[in-house]
Design a protein around this ligand. Sequence first.
Ligand SMILES: C[S@@+](CC[C@H](N)C(=O)[O-])C[C@H]1O[C@@H](n2cnc3c(N)ncnc32)[C@H](O)[C@@H]1O
Length: 200
Amino acid sequence: MNSAFSKYYDTVMRPLERKYFARIRADLIKEAKGYVLEVGAGTGINFAYYTSAEKVIALEPNAEMARKASQKAIHAKIPIEVIPGNAESLPFEDNTFDSIVGTLVLCTIPNPEIALSEIRRVCKNNGIVLFFEHVRLSNRYLGKLQDFLTPAWRHLCDGCHLNRNSLQLIMQKGFKVIGEKRHFRNICVTVIATNKKFLE
Ligand SMILES: C[S@@+](CC[C@H](N)C(=O)[O-])C[C@H]1O[C@@H](n2cnc3c(N)ncnc32)[C@H](O)[C@@H]1O
């Protein structure tokens, strides 16, 4: 774990958050309803944007980030509990949550396929999943540039892959996308999807 990353994350992100991400997060997170799980909650940047949830369980494996998140949880409008853990092995029963949130996290989780299977398992049937992710660009040259930059980027940004096609992974796992918005010339995407577990 890169300790500088967790220490300076909020400071480095602040200009981006103020200018661009805050609006995107607010628009997405307001859709989280009922009993909510947030995976890889980081320093808790999303916490201020929960308005309709009953309670949020915020899972974060990095102790320093979790400590900062716990401080932000105190000021949230709804109850938020920060707990340690990783998304590839979620410590919850099947069909526990109404909504599951992940922002800028599928890029970093070492095995996003397993994490998405776990998310599908612990989310209720017809529950909702909400993601805000950067993705690999379909433009041939820009996609290749992302591939080229990824090893250095991973090193600098604590395991983040610039070139993951997270939207495709979400769809491959069987989530039904009901809302998709592209941002910043397709570099980022917000996804609202339902967790249909049974054929109707
Ligand atoms: C780029 S940060 C994003 C933090 C936050 N979600 C946000 O939107 O600002 C990536 C986060 O993923 C977390 N992470 C890394 N591996 C993980 C795993 N296996 N399960 C859950 N979270 C993980 C990191 O600790 C970090 O908090």
